[in-house]
Design a protein. Structure first.
Length: 397
């Protein structure tokens, strides 16, 4: 007899994975260049040179026993210090090595934080559209997951948040730049959310933690700034990943940063170490801890994503689609041309366009298009997008 809820999770595959596998099958049937697969958020730009240079330098200069050996459970102390120093220089914060816990990417950062914070009966709030795994992570940690509906501009409705927080609310998750909308939360939004959390924490007499999921922090265009949330709210936990900024998602490396001004920072950090231990998330990959410490502040060539965004967003708008021009990440969130996004995606599939219906992101009637693909794929797909829009116009006549 197995744990049925785990078996259930294992059996139900994500919509994105199903679509990706369909795409691979279809490519084998008709040729890879004929299928326009916009399903996955896998970086399409190679890692910056600093990644390979750091690997080579480490292999040449360090003992392989040390390089491939265990680090301390929370990560190598000099790596954690390098990350803390970098954050402090960038954001005027005061992190120390003991504010940082190295993880295997943002998914682990989130899971560890939720397990560290949630007690039986607690509630975790997120905002649609949200990364679908939030529900899995929050429920897996024993919380009730509450998703608030989207606003028209995909910012956050602070008065609604205020109404929705209860005594049981332990944490709120935000994600900026956002997957799937590409929207960056403005400073005004962050301030409004933090004001609500401060007020409600005081009212209930316990902190409501703000978990900020930031794998796309550096992927922003046209000089848009992403406010650093720890500076606005002491009870903030930053969940970071190098997967997208350095194009190394398969290497599984990221960190949690606990805001040092948090009143119970020492207890929260201890709970993070405990959750890491209980979940088996100790000693993140040793070689890549050292690699990322040497690449802080560097990114892949994001100008490619900006070019893709401008090309796709411009063309789709011209064909009659509606989308919010994304300021960051590498996703375009587009209104389906009929209320049922699944039906729209099925129709798109007939034109070999693989788009993700956004119902699982908590947002009905939208689709997500990952534009972290080759520019050639976008160029080649445009006639299909145009034909699809024309098909709907014909239906209306
Ligand atoms: N959070 C968001 C919003 C994401 O889009 C992703 C991955 O796509 C993750 C977390 C997980 O990132 P990682 O690969 O670093 O675990």
């Amino acid at each position: 007899m197995v744990n049925e809820s785990m078996a259930g999770l294992g059996r139900v595959r994500s919509v994105i994975r199903v679509l990706f596998e369909y795409g691979n099958k279809r490519k084998a049937e008709i040729g890879a260049d004929k299928v326009f697969d916009f399903s996955l958020g896998n970086p399409s730009v190679p890692a910056p040179d600093c990644v390979n240079e750091a690997i080579k330098e480490l292999l040449d200069t360090q003992s392989s026993l040390e390089l491939h050996g265990y680090t301390s459970a929370q990560g190598d102390a000099s790596v954690r210090k390098a990350i803390a120093d970098y954050l402090n220089t960038e954001h005027g914060t005061s992190f120390g090595a003991d504010s940082i816990y190295m993880t295997v990417g943002a998914a682990a950062s989130l899971t560890i934080c939720l397990h560290a914070l949630v007690c039986y009966g607690d509630e975790v709030i997120a905002f649609a559209p949200y990364f679908p795994e939030y529900r899995v992570f929050a429920e897996g940690a024993g919380a009730a997951f509450k998703a608030l509906p989207p606003t028209v501009d995909f910012q956050i409705d602070a008065p609604l948040l205020k109404e929705s927080i209860s005594e049981k609310t332990k944490a709120v998750i935000i994600n900026s730049p956002n997957n799937p909308s590409g929207v960056v939360l403005t400073e005004e939004t962050i301030k409004a959310v933090c004001a609500v959390l401060k007020e409600k924490s005081a009212e209930y007499g316990h902190p409501i933690y703000l978990i900020t999921d930031e794998p796309y922090r550096e992927l922003v265009y046209d000089g848009v700034k992403v406010p650093f949330v720890s500076r606005y709210y002491d009870d903030t936990l930053v969940c970071y990943s190098f997967s997208k900024s350095l194009s190394v998602p398969g290497e599984r490396i990221g960190y949690i940063a606990v805001t040092p001004e948090m009143k119970d920072a020492a207890d929260v950090y201890a709970a993070i170490c405990g959750a890491g231990r209980a979940l088996g998330y100790v000693c993140a990959p040793s070689l890549f801890q050292r690699v990322v410490a040497r690449c802080l502040g560097q990114t892949s060539d994001i100008s490619v994503y900006k070019h893709n965004r401008d090309l796709l967003c411009g063309a789709l708008t011209e064909y009659g689609y509606t989308c919010v021009k994304p300021d960051g990440a590498f996703y375009l969130f587009v209104k389906a041309l009929e209320p049922d996004a699944d039906a729209f995606c099925e129709r798109a599939k007939k034109k070999e366009l693989l788009l993700v219906p956004a119902d699982s992101f908590g947002c009905k009637g939208y689709v997500r298009i990952s534009y972290c693909v080759s520019t050639k794929q976008i160029e080649n797909s445009l006639p299909a997008f145009k034909a699809l829009a024309e098909e709907y116009k014909q239906k209306e006549l």
